[in-house]
Ligand binder design. Structure first.
Ligand code: 13P
Length: 253
């Protein structure tokens, strides 16, 4: 069975103290209230990772994630963070290729392919983001566009490595806008992506890949999104900054 994952992407929010308070509250409620059906991942800013790692250490429900990492192992890369550093503070997951980073930092599919390799080589699970702009959606080429993002960054992997990837489909037009993709729009894309994985790696492999939805997900719309057969969880921005909302989204399973 596929892993159900709800990851909170805090983006550039919360001072250290605020972040620690949020992480403690999430860990407390989640450990009490969420069942074994789903896991939570807290993707905090880099400066929070070490301390949040101590809060969630030992939990089998709440895990630690970073929002980005370098493809380089170390050296003269001012401002960057390596996989090794993430490992050293207990990080398990790393978001790669978020649309905000693709847009503001010009991250390319090829560069992201190298980051995926570096993450896997260091036993970090990539939460690999993909998604189309409104322009692409309106042109009707969204499936090809997103499929190509994944092909160029992931299809060099062999099946064993590919099985370790978590995909997050986040239509850019739904991020932070309050406009959620309808459950049918999200399901259609997730199914198309899974069919593409089946064509490349076989149905058995495709059936093991968790595909998360992201974009204005909240407690009110999570149950319907998560009831779709190919939606295996969420990558949550704004609503992950409130412990109650975040845990309620996880409990939608
Ligand atoms: P929102 O949930 O705030 O729309 O953000 C989604 C997102 O970008 C998560 O990575």
């Amino acid at each position: 069975m596929r892993k159900k994952i709800v990851a909170g992407n805090w983006k550039m929010n919360k001072t250290l103290d605020e972040g620690l308070a949020l992480a403690s509250e999430v860990a407390n409620i989640a450990n009490d209230e969420i069942t074994d059906d789903a896991i939570a991942v807290l993707c905090t800013p880099f400066i929070h990772l070490s301390a949040v790692g101590k809060i969630v250490a030992g939990s089998n429900k709440v895990f630690l994630g970073a929002q980005n990492m370098s493809e380089h192992a170390g050296g003269a890369y001012t401002g960057d963070i390596s996989a090794d550093m993430l490992n050293s503070v207990g990080v398990n997951y790393v978001i790669l290729g978020h649309s905000e980073r693709r847009e503001y930092h010009n991250e390319s599919n090829a560069e992201l392919a190298s980051r995926v390799d570096a993450a896997l080589a260091n036993e970090l699970t990539p939460i690999f983001c993909c998604g189309e702009s409104l322009e692409v959606r309106e042109a009707g080429t969204h499936v090809d566009f997103v499929s190509n993002q994944l092909k160029e960054s992931l299809f060099h992997l062999d099946a064993e490595a590919f099985k370790k990837i978590v995909i997050a489909y986040e239509p850019i037009w739904a991020i932070g806008t309050g406009v959620t993709a309808s459950s049918a729009q999200a399901q259609d894309m997730h199914k198309a992506l899974r069919d593409g994985f089946a064509a490349q790696y076989g149905q058995d492999v495709a059936d093991e890949i968790s595909i998360l939805y992201g974009g204005s997900a909240k407690p009110a719309n999570a149950p319907e999104l998560f009831s779709q057969p190919d939606i295996d969880g969420g990558l949550i921005g704004g609503a992950s900054l409130k412990a109650r909302d975040f845990v309620d989204i996880i409990k939608s399973y």
